[in-house]
Design a protein around this ligand. Structure first.
Ligand code: AMP
Length: 488
């Protein structure tokens, strides 16, 4: 079916290097697109369906997408940005069972009987692309070459990274629109294991049912998903018969130690990993090294909760103002990475070239220590972004909007720990003299401009926000001050 899709796209006019957008959940047709588009010479461009429709439209337009493959259940979302970009063909996957009127039907499209012509491809040709959020301004596109995806797949299969084998049953919960579901569909297909794709059903009970029915051995997602799963398991510990030692990769945000310990009690094996859209994404994994196996339990957890050691071919360093930090586990610096699947630039965005050093290291915007065993531990972030349930929120965009409110003099938006979403935005507000506003009013003021999950959950009203000598708001101090904010 992938070859049929590739052939049909070629027959529809897709040429080598043309971008084909997908707006889809994790399912069979998306997997077909993962292979059909790049094998036919096209570039698979996965659109993030959780973004504001204006951003999705911008991204598709910036990438120059010619075609769109979209789930029928996501057509209402497409309708919201269709005036921003004119696709030549919109091909609709009939998840609800019948073709959507007025559009090309996916099943009919791939039954065109056009035979795919294998194009001459260089390993450095583009195979896919994915946009990531910026601190300010527009999202940034990352292009993945055939080479990067192939090497990344091989590295992910290695025992000391993700260790994916033919005998696994692999269930990527991380969306296929987030860095190619962390490359798992590619790795899974490469090793030939069974893939289980959960579609839009991402609530804890549906996932646990699926894990049980399909006897899943390996799954992956952001902490928010695992917190839900844990709650469901703790509520009904005997309900599901899961595979013993099912491996669960937690990434996209820090895995709390309490969560790793709790899953251990259910004989479920959490593996903490770190990566980014720009790193395809595998960067580090926190397996316990052989030499650390005999440490007392608390010390072993202290390693497992770190982001881990770099994958083969990935170099890491923590850079301070004085240069490269010692690997002493205490000196913090900006985490920089280099390697064969680390992006070298953003797509058509020269203004961001300073994210790479002259000698080719990518500045991640994360702050980290590296210890003597090579374990990276993320301690902070220099980028002014908040990550909620695996999705980015730009604090600067919210601040700029908030100061437009007639009662607001100054606004700082910070991420504060949240038991379900990992982080949620809290707006710290200084009102103009004599003026007042409520959290509800400010949320309503922001609502038309942003996706709902961007809206700050609460506001803290203060007299003043401390600034540095260069006039920057002291966000780190605010994060410390409001660290124990009690969400209502
Ligand atoms: P994205 O490009 O959306 O995948 O986001 C990548 C960013 O997510 C990283 O630069 C980190 O800030 C954050 N991140 C990813 N994995 C982890 C992790 N295991 N622990 C802490 N932060 C993480």
């Amino acid at each position: 079916r992938s070859l049929a899709l590739g052939g049909a796209l070629q027959a529809a006019g897709m040429r080598k290097g043309d971008r084909v957008a997908t707006l889809m959940w994790n399912h069979y047709a998306h997997l077909e697109a993962y292979f059909g588009i790049p094998c036919a010479g096209g570039v698979l461009h996965t659109l993030n369906l959780r973004l504001h429709p204006d951003d999705i439209g911008y991204i598709a337009d910036h990438a120059g997408d010619r075609f769109l493959i979209v789930d029928d259940v996501l057509l209402p979302l497409y309708e919201k940005f269709r005036d921003k970009i004119k696709f030549e063909r919109v091909i609709v996957v009939p998840l609800c069972g019948k073709p959507a009127a007025g559009y090309d039907d996916y099943e009919q499209f791939i039954s065109s009987a056009a035979v795919m012509q294998a194009p001459q491809l260089d390993e450095n040709d583009a195979a896919g692309m994915c946009y990531t959020s910026g601190t300010t301004g527009r999202p940034k596109g990352v292009v993945y070459s055939h080479r990067a995806l192939s090497l990344h797949s091989m590295a992910c299969a290695m025992g000391d990274t993700l260790g994916i084998r033919q005998s696994d049953t692999l269930c990527p919960v991380v969306p296929m629109f987030h860095v190619n579901a962390w490359g798992l569909p590619f790795t899974g297909a490469m090793v030939g294991c069974k893939l289980v794709l959960p579609g839009p059903h991402l609530d804890a009970v549906s996932l646990l049912d699926l894990y049980e029915t399909e006897q899943v051995t390996f799954t992956a997602g952001v902490p928010t998903i695992w917190m839900g799963i844990l709650q469901a398991l703790e509520k009904e510990p005997a309900r599901w018969r899961l595979m013993r030692n099912m491996r669960m990769v937690v990434g996209g945000a820090a895995a709390p130690e309490s969560m790793i310990r709790a899953f251990d009690r259910f004989n479920l094996d959490v593996l903490h990993a770190w990566g980014m859209t720009e790193t395809t994404p595998l960067g580090t994994t926190a397996h316990l090294k052989h030499v650390l196996n005999d440490l007392p339990a608390d010390e072993r957890y202290a390693y497992r909760v770190k982001q881990g050691v770099p994958a083969p071919f990935v170099e890491v360093r923590a850079m301070t103002d004085e240069g490269c930090a010692q690997w002493d586990g205490t000196t913090m610096g900006e985490l920089q990475v280099r390697g064969p699947w680390i992006a070298a630039a953003y797509y058509k965005l020269d203004a961001e070239a300073d994210k790479w050093t002259d000698d080719g290291w990518f500045r991640t915007g994360d702050v980290a220590t590296i210890d003597a065993e090579g374990y990276v531990k993320i301690t902070d972030r220099t980028k002014d972004l908040i990550k909620s349930g695996g999705e980015w929120i730009s604090s600067l965009d919210l601040e700029n909007a908030l100061v437009g409110h007639p009662a607001v003099q100054e606004a700082a938006v910070i991420g504060v720990a949240h038991p379900k979403w990992d982080e949620r935005p809290l707006a710290v507000i200084v009102c103009k003299p004599g003026a007042a506003a409520t959290a509800q009013e400010l949320r309503e003021y922001l609502a038309p401009k942003f996706a709902k999950f961007w809206l700050p959950d609460d506001c803290a009203f203060v007299e003043a926000i401390a600034r540095t000598s260069t006039g920057k708001m002291m966000k780190a101090a605010l994060r410390e001050q409001f660290r124990d904010w009690r969400w209502k």
